[in-house]
Design a protein around this ligand. Structure first.
Ligand SMILES: [Zn+2]
Length: 301
């Protein structure tokens, strides 16, 4: 994300299913350090930010909601903008912080929620002079903004919210894990109060690549540089990373892995050795076969 001005995000087929509780054996314990989240910016900082922001807002149809650590701006009805700020942004941020993150993003970021594709394209051009190459939404590093067509669902939004939190909490986190987490939560729900990713549209292509034996080893995935991950993607990078995270989640290992990787990342910058340790697997070729079998049994929807 940080190496690109605009990060295109991909199609999300389902809206995020919120606040539903399902019974499951695979509920992860909250991280030990989950209660220490800090706000870096004061109310005055937000007020000043909103004053500047208002100069960019093109019309009366926009509602601004301060939803720390973000500011949400939308041209749906005021009630709907507030509902998205509370029901999607706050919902996701609270649960992601409980699981992983103690620090807010390093800057106040704006989340623009345009009501449909026409509004999104029109305003991306008029406010930011962007011509998006995706109909769904993207993060603009220069504008410090998530710019979304919210008609396409809340999933892309949750995916994009993960990245600034990773950036402030886990500097040096490799793209494969950053995108694995982001894409895991693009289809998510609450399970016993905790955020969990569900199977999604990325499964089909991954199962197809597994059938064709086209999925790289985990050593290869973990060792990708950001450039290799984004630009030399054999077509499986996001899905492989997502369903590795999904596998870890369903085996109660994802939070453990995040915190172990974060703690060890100077010694193990790719996360591969930590992965072997958390999985308790020395033989990763055999693990890959087991993971293949696991993924092939998954279903979406
Ligand atoms: Zn992403």
């Amino acid at each position: 994300m940080k190496h690109r001005r605009i990060l295109p995000v991909l199609v999300i087929l389902g809206a995020v299913v919120l606040a539903l509780t399902v019974r499951s054996a695979a509920v992860e314990k909250p991280a030990r350090n989950s209660i220490t989240a800090t706000n870096t910016f004061t109310a005055a900082d937000y007020a000043q930010h909103v004053m500047k922001l208002k100069k960019k807002i093109p019309g009366d149809e926009f509602t601004v909601v301060i939803q720390r650590p973000f500011v949400v701006i939308g041209d749906e009805s005021p009630a709907m903008v507030r509902r998205r700020a509370e029901g999607t942004v706050k919902w996701a941020v609270d649960r992601l912080k409980a699981a992983y993150f103690t620090k807010d993003p390093n800057e106040i970021l704006d989340i623009w929620l345009f009501k449909d594709e026409a509004s999104y394209r029109k305003h991306a051009k008029s406010i930011f002079n962007h011509e998006p190459d995706t109909p769904y939404g993207y993060f603009s590093h220069t504008e410090k903004a998530l710019i979304m067509n919210i008609r396409s669902g809340g999933g892309t939004l949750v995916h994009e919210i993960v990245h600034p939190l990773v950036a402030s909490n886990f500097p040096g986190c490799p793209a494969w894990f950053n995108e694995g987490l982001g894409s895991l939560y693009e289809q998510s729900r609450s399970r016993n109060g905790q955020i969990v990713g569900l199977t999604n549209w990325r499964l089909d292509g991954l199962q197809d690549a597994i059938r064709r034996r086209k999925v790289p080893s985990f050593r290869t995935l973990c060792s990708t540089t950001d450039h290799q991950f984004y630009r030399k993607d054999p077509g499986t990078n996001y899905a492989q990373a997502r369903y590795l995270c999904y596998y870890l989640q369903e085996h109660n290992l994802l939070r453990k892995y995040y915190h172990a990787f974060h703690a060890n990342h100077k010694r193990d910058p790719t996360g591969y050795n930590t992965l072997k340790k958390i999985l308790g697997r020395e033989d990763m070729a055999t693990f890959k076969k087991d993971w293949y079998a696991y993924v092939m049994k998954l279903r979406f929807p």
